[in-house]
Design a protein around this ligand. Sequence first.
Ligand code: NJP
Length: 234
Amino acid sequence: MGLEGKVAFVTGASRGIGAAVARALSSEGASVGLASRSGDDLGLENALGLLCDVRDLVQVESAVARTVERFGRLDVCVANAGVGSYHALVDTPVEHLEEMIDVNLKGTIYAARASIPHLIASGEGDLVTVASEAGRRGLPGEAVYCASKFGQVGLTRALDHELREHGVRCTNVCPGGVATDFALEDGYGRTPDLLEGMMSAEDVAEVVLFCITRPRGHRILEAALRPMTEPSWG
Ligand code: NJP
C-alpha cells in the first residue's frame, strides 16, 4: 500500500484524528504538510509543520503553497480540522456557532480550493473530507454542528462531479464517536466519561488510508464508521 513519492496536506494535524492520519500517511512513505494553529510537525520525518488557522483563506493557501514548494507536488488533501459544541441551538454561544461554520465548513472549502489545482496536476489526486455521522442525519443538541457537517458532505459530493474527469477522487469519511480531545474544552459540551467505548483516532486514520489506496479505477464516495456502542440511527 506504499505511498512513497506521494505528498499529502492535512488540516487539524496537531492531535486527534488529523495527527493519526498524518502518522499513517508518513508510515506509508508519504511526505506530509501538517496544518494547525500550533504548527506541530509531530516529530515526523518528511513532515512540514505549518502554522495555519483554516478560518483564513490566505493562511490556507500559503500552507498548501509551502507544502508544494517543499515537496514538489500534492497528491492528497485531508480536510480534517474541526470543532464541535453540543447545545440546543438557542443555547449555543454565538462565538461557538461562528467557529463551527468557519472552521468546519469554510475551512474545508478553503483547503479544497487551495489544493484542487495541485491535485489535478498530480493526475492521481485524492480529496478526503473528515465529516461525521452528523453530516448524514440530524442529531439532537448539535444543530449547528450538523449544519456544518452536512455542508462538508454536500461540498465533497459536488466536487466529485467537478473533479472525476480530472482523475481526482473525492471522499467523505463520516465517523461516529471518536475518543479525542474534541469538544472537551470547557463549555463545548463533552466530558471525558462520554469517551468510553468510542473509536480511536487510529481507527479513523486506517479508513482514510484505505480509501486513498484503492486501485485508481474506482473511488469511495463515503465511508461511514460507528463504534459498536452506538446505534446506526436507522
Ligand atoms: O478533534 P481534536 P478530532 N485552524 O479536537 C485543529 C471530526 N469528527 O481529531 O489548531 C486550524 O482532537 C486542532 O489543532 P490546533 C471533527 O468534526 C470527530 O476528534 O493546534 N486547525 C486539532 O489538530 C473534525 O472535523 C468526532 O488546536 C484547527 C484538530 O483541529 C475531525 O473529526 C466525531 C482549528 C482538532 O483535533 C477531527 O476531530 C465525528 C483552526 N481554526 C467527527 N481549530 C469525534 N472526535 O468524536 C481546530 O463524527 N483545529
